[in-house]
Each structure stands twice: as C-alpha cells, then as structure tokens.
Design a protein around this ligand. Structure first.
Ligand code: HEM
Length: 199
C-alpha cells in the first residue's frame, strides 16, 4: 500500500486530478460558460477549492496539495483584487480592515506565502527538519482561518462552513492523537522531501 501511495504514478495522478477544477474553470471562461455572474463563479469556485485543498493537506501528499491550495488562493485573491477592487490597493486595505471575513481570509493567504516559498527540497534542507516542520504547522492555522472566513461571509445557511469546520476539527484531533501515540511509541517520522512533507 505504502509503495502505491509513494509511487510517482500515483503522485502524477493526484496532480492531474488536482488540476481539474482549474481546467474546468479555464474551459468555462473560454467558452463564456460561467453563468450569469462569471466573476462570482470564479471567486466562489476558487474559494471552495482553496479550502478543500487546505483540508486535503491534513491527510496526504501535503506538499503537493498545499501548493495547489496556494495556487487556488492566488486565483481567488486575484478575482477579488481585479474585478472586485479594480486593482485599487488602498481600497483593498480599507476592505481588509473593515470586513472581518476579508481580514481573516487575507491573514490565511499571507500565512500561506512562507509555506509555499519554503516548499522546495532545498529549503527543507536549508531550514532543517525541525524548524521546517514547526513553520509548516501554520497550515493548521490557515485551515482554521479559512473555515472562519467562510463562516463569517455566508449570510444565512451556515451548513457548508460548519461541515468544513467539523472536518478540520476531526482531522486536527486525529493529527494530535497520531503524533501523541507516535511520540510515545516509535521515533517521529523524519521530514522527507517527498510526500509526507507539509506543503
Ligand atoms: C486560505 C485563504 C482563503 C480561503 C480558504 C477562502 C475560502 C473562501 C470560500 C470557501 C468562499 C465561499 C465560496 C462559496 O460561497 O462557495 C470564499 C469567498 C470569498 N472570499 Fe475567500 N478564501 C480565502 C482567502 C481570501 C482572500 C485573501 C480574500 C480577499 C482578500 C478573499 C475574499 C473572498 C470574497 C470577497 C468572497 C466572496 C464573498 C461573497 O460572496 O460575499 N478570500 N472564500
């Protein structure tokens, strides 16, 4: 099983599947087929996929899927900065300060930047396993902020953000449980420059 999960074919397949939302959005955009409000469709779809990929990183292929989360949040942010704010940075800062759901979304985005920037094998070596791992625990904060961002932006039906929040809660508890028992039993798994690394 472990062999299958770490094989380059499986990783290639995960990469392709992770690209599908982007390919579908691009296709819809090219065909002018993103509904009556294409900007809203882009913003919501990229936001949804950012949160989903943040959650996926808590399970497997953390580095690759974390980079996909970053990729989708950059698209999400660009649909906000461009069509929403007309690339007016001072207006954007006002909005970040004023609307609390934008504040937390922005905070999550900013926290993801150092994670994406240190996702290469070279950076893992340079930082050293322990420091790198400590830095990459920020992914948990990003996932929590992502859920709060979603919860605060919905107007009435909170079922989806609550569902994502429950998933994040369960996965974080599982990670705490796992590291506690791993710590007691066997030695902690070394940081690898492959699948088991966060982002
Ligand atoms: C890790 C960071 C982020 C995550 C996980 C995230 C996630 C989401 C999600 C799930 C939605 C709702 C999608 C839906 O309704 O189906 C959303 C909407 C939105 N997000 Fe984010 N987002 C993030 C960062 C940001 C940032 C950096 C900004 C802007 C500075 C932003 C601005 C917005 C806006 C304006 C909406 C639409 C609100 C509305 O429809 O009223 N988000 N985001």
């Amino acid at each position: 099983m472990r062999k299958l999960l770490t094989s380059k074919w499986t990783k290639g397949a995960v990469f392709l599947v992770s690209s599908i939302p982007f390919l579908l959005l691009s296709w819809g955009l090219l065909r002018g087929d993103l509904g009556i409000n294409p900007v809203e469709t882009l913003q919501h779809t990229t936001g949804d996929w950012t949160l989903r990929f943040l959650i996926f990183t808590l399970i497997r292929y953390r580095r690759m899927l974390g980079l996909f989360a970053f990729f989708y949040v950059v698209l999400h942010f660009l649909t906000y900065l461009g069509p929403d704010q007309s690339f007016n940075f001072s207006g954007m800062w006002d909005d970040v300060a004023k609307r609390k759901f934008v504040t937390v979304g922005f905070a999550a985005f900013v926290l993801l930047i150092p994670l994406a920037a240190t996702s290469t094998a070279g950076m893992i070596r340079r930082l050293g396993g322990k420091r790198w791992q400590a830095l990459h625990r920020l992914i948990y904060i990003c996932a929590i902020l992502g859920v709060i961002h979603y919860y605060w932006l919905v107007k009435s039906d909170v079922r989806k953000p609550v569902f994502y929040g429950a998933l994040v809660g369960i996965l974080l508890l599982w990670r705490v449980w796992d590291s506690y028992f791993r710590g007691k039993g066997t030695a902690p798994a070394p940081v690898k420059t492959g699948v088991s690394a966060t982002i």
